[in-house]
Design a protein around this ligand. Structure first.
Ligand SMILES: Cc1cc2nc3c(=O)[nH]c(=O)nc-3n(C[C@H](O)[C@H](O)[C@H](O)COP(=O)(O)O)c2cc1C
Length: 188
């Protein structure tokens, strides 16, 4: 892919569009050094502690959880629509049972600033170093959330990653936006 470093704020819209659609791919490294992609639907991109931050929420039951605890870093990757099947696979199968990276035929993108690799097949990659983590406090939820989203416990740990580098393939991002605009036109 033809990637370049891009500004932190430049692809906010694409990030949130995909997050609220099929999801994004969080990639961490397991103890054997294998990249493990996991689909995420909940994340925040913003500024905290005078730093660009990407916060992700991972349940302790995920294989990804142990990976994040061990390395203290991760990447968040924005997939094109054409990877919908792979995104679904990474959101329904575990790295405990599959080498998901290999099953999806992904190409690893060596990170500039963190150990975890990115996914070169994706449009944008955020390289993040964990600078804070905390567990959501069950007693502080409104019942509407705790009863529906945490019926079985497994309360998320929130990882705040300082975004150290953002890379993207501008040509592919543009092509994706054109395709999306055409699709919207067709729906009218
Ligand atoms: C659309 C979608 C969004 C998801 N979002 C999250 C999330 O934000 N946090 C989380 O812990 N799991 C989330 N999941 C579930 C994990 O992706 C899923 O359990 C995955 O199999 C875990 O992989 P792992 O065991 O290799 O870490 C989501 C799944 C889907 C399909």
């Amino acid at each position: 892919m033809n990637r370049s470093e891009i500004p932190f704020t430049s692809q906010f819209e694409l990030f949130y569009e995909k997050l609220s659609g099929n999801g994004l791919l969080l990639c961490s490294l397991d103890e054997d050094g294998r990249p493990n992609p996991m689909t995420i639907g909940w994340a925040l991109l913003g500024i905290v502690w005078r730093r660009p931050i990407c916060a992700v929420m991972v349940r302790p039951s995920r294989y990804t959880y142990g990976c994040m605890e061990a390395t203290g870093d991760f990447t968040v990757n924005v997939p094109p629509e054409s990877l919908a099947a792979e995104v679904l696979f990474c959101g329904t199968e575990s790295g405990r049972d599959y080498d998901k990276f290999e099953e999806c035929n992904f190409t690893a993108l060596e990170s500039a600033k963190v150990q975890s690799s990115g996914i070169d097949d994706c449009l944008v990659t955020y390289e993040c170093r964990v600078v804070q983590k905390n567990d959501v406090a069950p007693e502080h939820f409104i019942p509407e959330i705790s009863q529906t989203l945490y019926a079985e416990g497994d309360f998320h740990r929130v990882y705040y990653g300082e975004v150290l580098s953002v890379s993207g393939d501008l040509q592919r991002i543009e092509a994706e936006q054109t395709r999306q605009a055409e699709e919207t036109d067709d729906e009218r």
